[in-house]
Design a binder for this molecule. Structure first.
Ligand code: SAH
Length: 229
């Protein structure tokens, strides 16, 4: 079966430079989301900006799976640093992905009966290798997802106490959950944009971390990753 890679991000900035690298591009708008189909890194791909938060991420994964026939899901975005194992601009490739809010035990009462999710080993290895090839420092780590931006030390400490992740963001667990529900392998790449504390918003807005710069890099990493899937 031909591979079709569903490539997604939460913000338009994360997606535009990837779209610019796609050949044979065509667009289709469905469920309020614009999907761009084409070829990148020698693979057929479907790219979209899902929007931020768990609900929007989940809806986009389902459309990638059932409308576009994606066989693999790749999420590329930014995140707040929690463990400090890497620095701003470096990448965490999700190994385990968990919800830090909601009721995971209740979510797990129905299929696929999982409270935490695991990215695909082959895709994790491919992502780490793609980052290396692009000169980006990357480590495998734990990602925690919730619907709020984490921008204060008390919330960050509560999340550490609950699940001790390497970074926090707002989509990964929903992506991995719906991918698992559809039996699709997935991987989540997160570049560290801030430290999930009071300075976090400043870091993003005042641009000690330049999201646009990283998004360019992310687009190169995505192409290199698709070559390796
Ligand atoms: N464009 C917004 C920034 C949004 S940051 C602005 O300029 O104000 C939120 C997005 O980045 C979400 O998609 C989330 O997944 C990720 N993210 C980055 N840092 C985060 C943090 N500290 N807490 C939660 N999500 C974070």
């Amino acid at each position: 079966m031909e591979k079709i890679i569903g490539l997604m991000g939460a913000m338009p900035d994360e997606i535009a430079p990837i779209a610019a690298r796609m050949a044979q591009r065509a667009e289709e708008k469905i469920g309020g989301v614009t999907f761009t189909t084409g070829v990148i890194g020698g693979k057929r791909a479907v790219l979209c900006c899902a929007g931020m938060g768990k609900a929007q991420a989940a809806a986009a994964v389902q459309l990638l799976a059932t409308h576009f026939g994606a066989t693999h899901i790749v999420f590329s975005g930014i995140a707040g640093n929690v463990s400090g194992r890497v620095g701003v601009g470096d990448v965490i490739v999700g190994g385990e992905v968990v919800y830090h809010d909601g009721e995971p035990r209740m979510f797990a009462e129905t299929y696929p009966h999982l409270q935490s999710f695991h990215c695909d080993e082959g895709m994790i290895a491919a992502a780490l290798d793609a980052c290396r090839a692009c000169g980006v420092t990357a480590v495998r780590g734990k990602i925690a997802t919730g619907d709020c931006f984490v921008g204060d030390r008390a919330t960050k400490a509560a999340i550490v106490a609950k699940c001790a992740p390497d970074c926090v963001e707002m989509e990964g667990a929903a992506v991995a959950h719906i991918a698992a529900k559809n039996d699709l392998p997935c991987v989540i790449l997160r570049a560290i944009s801030d430290n999930a504390d009071e300075a976090g918003f400043e870091k993003l807005v005042v641009k000690q971390f330049d999201v646009a710069d990283y998004c360019e890099t992310a687009a190169r990493v995505s192409a290199a990753l698709l070559e390796r899937i």
